[in-house]
Design a protein. Structure first.
Length: 202
């Protein structure tokens, strides 16, 4: 118990040091409001705010860089999709040490599917941060989930793999208890389906 408490204290102390260092660096940033907005919305202590501005820019509202190139979140979405899948697989592999590949795959699919990503993005109010033209709706209403993946890609480029994994665990996996609830829900659905099939056979 003491070892666990000591570990938690060390983690909090390290986070406090990182936060203090980041706040001091903000004093020298021209776009402090954007950095703070990202932190208060998503808990991200950004180093390069431009990555997140691109991540939150729909192609209808692309950013034009100094070379005249149009930048939007599509490429970061592609990267974020891969980072998300790897982060979830990494966590599940370490958390469920005795589970078979089939269960791990089913759970990963549930955590990275578009419907779940849209749900989490709305909980995080990402819709308030996205830059897009009025009236723009993405195919199958996946705008929120796409933007969340792009943000994960931006975190990976800005702060590295470990930080992107921490972001995924914090907002998508949340806690072991929440994850177990997702797994149990899936199990209950399968049990009901099997029960229904057995009744049909009679």
């Amino acid at each position: 118990m003491r070892v666990s408490s000591l570990g938690n204290m060390q983690s909090k102390f390290i986070y406090l040091l990182q936060w203090t260092y980041w706040k001091v660096r903000l004093l020298f940033k021209h776009d402090r409001k954007s950095y703070l907005s990202l932190y208060y919305h998503l808990g991200i202590m950004a180093n390069n705010i431009k990555l997140y501005q691109v991540a939150l820019s729909h192609k209808s509202k692309s950013i034009v860089d100094e070379n005249g190139h149009k930048l939007n979140n599509e490429r970061l979405e592609f990267l974020g999709d891969a980072v998300l899948s790897m982060s979830v697989a990494d966590y599940l592999f370490k958390h469920y040490k005795d589970e078979a590949e089939g269960m791990l795959t089913t759970t990963r699919i549930k955590l990275v599917n578009r419907q779940y990503l849209n749900k989490i993005a709305l909980e995080l109010h990402i819709d308030q941060l996205i830059r897009k033209e009025r009236g723009v709706v993405s195919p199958k209403n996946n705008l929120m989930g796409n933007s969340l993946e792009a943000i994960i890609g931006a975190v990976y480029l800005d702060r590295g793999y470990i930080a992107s994994c921490q972001f995924v665990v914090k907002w998508l996996i949340k806690s072991p208890e929440y994850l177990n609830m997702i797994v149990q829900t899936e199990t209950n659905h399968k049990a009901k389906l099997m029960e229904w099939c057995q009744k049909k056979r009679k």
